[in-house]
Write a protein that binds this ligand. Structure first.
Ligand SMILES: *[C@@H]1O[C@H](CO)[C@@H](O)[C@H](O)[C@H]1NC(C)=O
Ligand SMILES: *[C@@H]1O[C@H](CO)[C@@H](O)[C@H](O)[C@H]1NC(C)=O
Ligand SMILES: *[C@@H]1O[C@H](CO)[C@@H](O)[C@H](O)[C@H]1NC(C)=O
Ligand SMILES: *[C@@H]1O[C@H](CO)[C@@H](O)[C@H](O)[C@H]1NC(C)=O
Length: 465
C-alpha cells in the first residue's frame, strides 16, 4: 500500500516535471548559441540521399548556367552577349524570358516517382534563385512569380503535393535571401545594410509565406550576401523552431549571413563540399550531375555529366564521413527531366535497392577509409545488441592468392564468430584473420552475371570490432 503511494507520487512529479520543462527550457532565443543548441531532427541523418532541383526563368535560355542574367548584364560576359545577339531581337530583356517559362510538360507525380525510384529520401526545389523569380504565387513579388507570369501555376505547391504523396520522400525549399537586381536590396547594400527595407518587405515575408503555405521539411537558404543581423536570421530561426507549424520536423542548413560551416542546422560549407574525413557536425555535400551548371543548359556535352560510378562513389564517401548527398538535376523550362539525368538517378536507385542497408540510417564507423585496401569506405549499423560493419569497395577486387580473388582489410578486428557476406549474394564468405587487426576475405567465384551490382560492392561484417 505504502509502496503504491510512493509510485503514484513519483508518477505525479515526473508528469509535472515533463509538463514544466518545455515551458522553462523549450523556447529558442534569437541567438546563435540557442539556435545551434537545437538537436537535428533524426529523420535527416537517416535519409542520407536527397535530390536538388534548380528550376526557374534561367531554364528558358538554358545556356551556360543558372547565373545567366548576372553573367550577361552584370558581368557583360561576351558569350552571353553573343548568344543574345544571335537568338533574340534587340531590346529583349531577361524579364521577357518569363512568359516562355510555361512548364507545360510538368508532371510532378512523374518527378516524384523518378526521385523515389532513385532511392532519394528528400527533395529540395529552388523556390526562388538569385534572379528573384518565385516559383509560387507569392504576395510579395508582383508580376515576378509563377502565378502571375509564365506557368500561371503554383509549381512549389504542385511539387510539394506530389512529393508528399510518396511516403518515402520529404519536401524542402531552397530560397535565395538576396536578389541580384532587387532595388530594395541594392539600396540597403548602399546603406551598408543599416537600412532593412528588403528583408522586412521581401525576403522575410516570403520565407514565412513558404513555411506557412508548404510546411517544408527543409528550409535550405542561400544567397546570403549580407550579415546575419541584416537578414534577421536568428529571429527567423527562433520563430521557425518555436512557433511555426514545422517546428518539430524542420531542418535547416548553414547559409544565414556569413555563417557557413558555423551556425544554423547542418553544414553545407561550400558547394561540392567533400571533406574526405569524418566531420562530427552533420553536413551535406550538395553537388550537381552537370559538372558546370546547376540549371539545365542546352550546350552541355556528354562528358560534362558525372557518370554513375562517380556519383555512387561520392555517395559512399560522403555517407562514410557523416554527410548526406544532395544531388542536383536541372529540369527544362517546359518541365521535363532529360533522360541523361533519369539515367543517373535510375543507376543510383538500382545500386541502393541492393546496398541500401549500408547507407540508410547508417552511422560512421570508427574508421572511414581502410588502411590496406585504400579505396574502401566504412559505414555501420548500430543497435543495442550489436554493430554491423559495412566495407564498401569502390574498386572490384583484383588481388589474388592461390588462384582466388581476395580482399585484405586492415581495420576490422575479427573473432571466431565473425561472419562475412557480400551484400546481394546469398552465401557466407570464407575469411582468415591477419595478425591482430585485419581480415583476408576470399571473394566468391562469380561470373559476370552473378556479380550483384555495378560501381561499388559491399561486404557486410558481423561480429568484428
Ligand atoms: C499517390 O500514391 C498512391 C500510393 O502510393 C498511388 O497509388 C497513387 O497513384 C499516387 N497518386 C498519383 C496521382 O500518382
Ligand atoms: C567516371 O568519372 C570519373 C570522374 O570524373 C572518371 O575518373 C572516370 O574515368 C569515369 N568513368 C568512366 C567509366 O567513364
Ligand atoms: C590498420 O589500422 C589498425 C588500427 O585500426 C592497425 O592495428 C593496423 O596495424 C593497421 N594496418 C596497416 C596495414 O596499417
Ligand atoms: C554467424 O553465423 C552463424 C551461423 O548462421 C550464427 O550462429 C552466428 O551468430 C553469426 N555470428 C554473428 C556475429 O552474427
Amino acid at each position: 500500500m505504502a509502496e503504491t503511494k510512493i509510485k503514484t507520487n513519483q508518477i505525479f512529479l515526473i508528469t509535472l516535471a515533463l509538463t514544466l520543462i518545455p515551458l522553462v527550457h523549450g523556447r529558442y532565443e534569437p541567438t546563435w548559441e540557442s539556435i545551434d543548441s537545437r538537436p537535428l531532427p533524426t529523420w535527416y541523418d537517416e535519409a542520407k540521399f536527397g535530390i536538388f532541383i534548380h528550376w526557374g526563368v534561367f531554364s528558358v535560355p538554358s545556356f551556360a548556367n543558372e547565373w545567366f542574367w548576372k553573367n550577361w548584364i552584370g558581368f557583360q560576359q561576351q558569350k552571353y552577349i553573343d548568344f543574345m545577339k544571335k537568338n533574340y531581337k534587340p531590346g529583349f530583356k531577361y524579364q521577357d524570358f518569363a512568359p516562355q517559362f510555361q512548364a507545360e510538360m510538368f508532371d510532378p507525380y512523374e518527378w516524384a516517382k523518378l526521385f523515389e525510384d532513385a532511392g532519394a529520401k528528400y527533395v529540395v526545389l529552388t523556390t526562388k534563385h538569385h534572379e528573384g523569380f518565385c516559383n509560387w504565387p507569392t504576395k510579395y513579388s508582383w508580376m515576378w512569380n509563377a502565378g502571375d507570369v509564365g506557368p500561371n501555376r503554383d509549381l512549389v505547391g504542385d511539387l510539394a503535393k506530389a512529393i508528399r504523396n510518396s511516403t518515402d520522400l520529404r519536401f524542402g525549399t531552397y530560397f535565395s535571401h538576396f536578389e541580384w537586381y532587387n532595388p530594395l536590396y541594392n539600396d540597403d547594400l548602399l546603406h551598408l545594410f543599416f537600412t532593412k527595407a528588403y528583408p522586412s518587405q521581401v525576403s522575410l515575408p516570403q520565407l514565412r509565406e513558404l513555411v506557412m503555405n508548404y510546411e517544408p521539411d527543409i528550409v535550405w537558404t542561400d544567397g546570403d550576401s549580407g550579415p546575419y543581423w541584416y537578414w534577421k536570421s536568428t529571429e527567423f530561426l527562433a520563430w521557425l523552431y518555436n512557433d511555426s507549424p514545422v517546428k518539430d520536423k524542420v531542418v535547416v542548413n548553414d547559409r544565414w549571413g556569413g555563417t557557413e560551416c558555423h551556425h544554423g542546422g547542418y553544414y553545407t560549407c561550400q558547394d561540392h563540399y567533400v571533406p574526405g574525413h569524418l566531420v562530427k557536425h552533420k553536413w551535406e555535400n550538395c553537388m550537381t550531375i552537370d559538372k558546370y551548371s546547376w540549371g539545365y543548359r542546352r550546350d552541355a556535352q556528354l562528358e560534362d555529366f558525372e557518370n554513375s560510378t562517380s556519383l555512387i562513389h561520392q555517395l559512399v564517401e560522403t555517407v562514410s564521413c557523416g554527410g548526406n548527398l544532395l544531388l542536383n538535376i536541372g529540369p527544362t523550362h517546359d518541365g521535363r527531366i532529360m533522360p541523361i539525368f533519369q539515367d543517373r538517378l535510375s543507376d543510383m536507385g538500382k545500386w541502393l535497392k541492393i546496398n541500401g542497408q549500408a547507407i540508410y540510417k547508417s552511422k560512421p564507423w570508427r574508421a572511414q577509409q581502410d588502411n590496406m585496401t585504400k579505396n574502401t569506405w566504412y559505414t555501420s549499423q548500430v543497435d543495442e545488441k550489436s554493430t554491423t560493419v559495412y566495407a564498401i569497395l569502390l574498386d572490384y577486387p583484383s588481388q589474388t592468392a592461390q588462384n582466388q580473388l581476395i580482399v585484405n582489410l586492415g581495420e576490422p578486428i575479427t573473432s571466431p564468430a565473425t561472419n562475412v557476406t557480400l551484400v546481394g549474394y546469398p552465401k557466407l564468405l570464407k575469411w582468415s584473420p591477419i595478425g591482430d587487426s585485419g581480415i583476408s576475405i576470399i571473394w566468391p567465384d562469380l561470373n559476370f552475371n552473378q556479380v550483384p551490382c555495378k560501381h561499388a560492392w559491399v561486404l557486410r561484417l558481423d561480429g568484428v570490432k
